[in-house]
Design a protein around this ligand. Structure first.
Ligand SMILES: *Cc1c(COP(=O)(O)O)cnc(C)c1O
Length: 385
């Protein structure tokens, strides 16, 4: 079946007791196994069945099946947040003495986790400035490579095919944070990436009402990630959030189409505006990653970044004038959002690290919502004026 059909139907079965069309919210911490013998069989893994909601929950399992279908994965795991997904992947798959490589820039929280917390486990963290730099210089000690295909917040394109080629030279595992594109636009596993992860908080949930994380890949890797994420770190998603995430996924293709259409209209308008120094949108032909992204993705995403001359003061003046765009971090909501990454999402990085990653003080990040493009453009025009 095709993507829109899977979005609606995958992982969803009529409730056998009531015939309920949608998956019920099983708000229960524990599940009876009724007999001691059945308890023994479930704990040993001999029998399937729910035990305790930190290990698995009947609202979460169908959601994981839907996500596995959407990613083309053996298996998917849903956890409490995108950061829970990143940390579980690292602790499950990398040992002390091994090396993690990343392509700059990453989401600010991921960057901070790698440099401040993961290194304390005796894991070396190595930065590469681009996919080409990684391909030319990857260290033979690399165990895992983490990258975002469209980077946050400056919308650089990292070609997954180059990252896979680099990792294969040294036998490293590749992990793609696909939050910005979603499986509707790009399926990293089909491009040879080993694990895909998401902040489910963003486009997958899509309504700005939950925090969630997703990891998907082969049974072999996922078994390790699942055990660490749920049993050891202890970051399950709650059933209510799981319900909202599966509901959001049903409209993912519809919402993405609307985000894409609006983003391209907004990018075109901003490109023609003399008050904007630079427009960064991979859908624009002059973007250096335009062609590569076109080859691997069904579309260019719903994020548009701009540079305004004058650093924080000028960006703040612009942001404070916006009326329809909300000043907030996060992205991928129905509502359009705007933020100044250098002073918010990427403030934990040093000024030098921000400069190296291309996160300038002039940069404003726009998450284009599903409102009418004309209204968004009118708001941007009056704020720029
Ligand atoms: C938001 C985000 C994360 C972190 O996800 P949370 O759900 O906030 O924990 C990771 N990667 C990217 C690209 C993000 O945008």
């Amino acid at each position: 079946m095709k993507f829109k059909t899977l979005s609606v139907h995958a992982g969803q079965a009529l409730d056998p007791q009531t015939g309920a069309l949608t998956t019920p919210v099983y708000q229960s911490s524990t599940f009876s196994y009724f007999t001691a013998e059945e308890g023994r069989a479930r704990f040993s893994g001999q029998n399937p069945g729910f035990i305790y909601s930190r290990f698995g929950n009947p609202t979460v399992t169908p959601l994981e099946q839907k996500l596995a279908a959407l990613e083309g994965a053996d298996e998917a795991l849903v956890v409490a947040s995108g950061m829970a997904a990143v940390s579980a992947i690292m602790y499950a798959l990398v040992d002390s003495g091994q090396e993690v490589a990343f392509v700059d820039p990453l989401y600010g929280g991921t960057d901070a986790f790698l440099k401040q917390t993961l290194v304390r486990a005796g894991i070396t963290v190595t930065r590469y400035g681009s996919d080409q730099e990684l391909l030319d210089n990857i260290s033979p000690n690399t165990r895992l490579v983490l990258f975002e295909t469209v980077t946050n917040p400056n919308l650089k394109v990292i070609d997954p095919r180059k990252v896979v080629a680099a990792a294969r030279k040294v036998g490293a595992i590749t992990v793609c944070d696909n939050t910005f594109l979603t499986p509707y636009l790009m399926q990293p596993l089909a491009l040879g990436v080993d694990l895909v992860m998401h902040s489910g908080t963003k486009y997958l949930g899509g309504h700005g009402d939950i925090i969630a994380g997703v990891v998907a890949g082969s049974h072999e890797l996922m078994a390790k990630v699942r055990t660490v994420a749920l049993k050891h770190i202890g970051s399950p998603i709650g059933p209510q959030e799981a319900y909202l995430l599966q509901r959001g996924l049903k409209t993912l293709p519809l919402r993405m189409a609307a985000h894409l259409e609006n983003a391209s209209q907004v990018a075109e308008f901003l490109s023609s505006h003399s008050g904007v120094k630079k427009v960064v949108y991979p859908g624009l032909a002059q973007h250096p990653g335009h062609q590569a992204l076109k080859e691997v993705s069904r579309g260019f995403g719903g994020m548009v970044s701009i540079e305004l001359e004058g650093g924080f003061a000028r960006c703040a003046a612009f942001l404070d004038k916006l009326a329809l765009f909300t000043q907030a971090v996060s992205l991928g909501d129905l509502e359009s959002l705007a933020c100044h990454p250098a002073s918010t999402t990427h403030a934990a990085m040093s000024a030098e690290a921000r400069q190296a990653a291309g996160v300038s003080d002039n940069l404003v990040r726009l998450s284009i919502g599903v409102e009418d493009a004309e209204d968004l453009i009118a708001d941007l025009a009056q704020a720029l004026a």
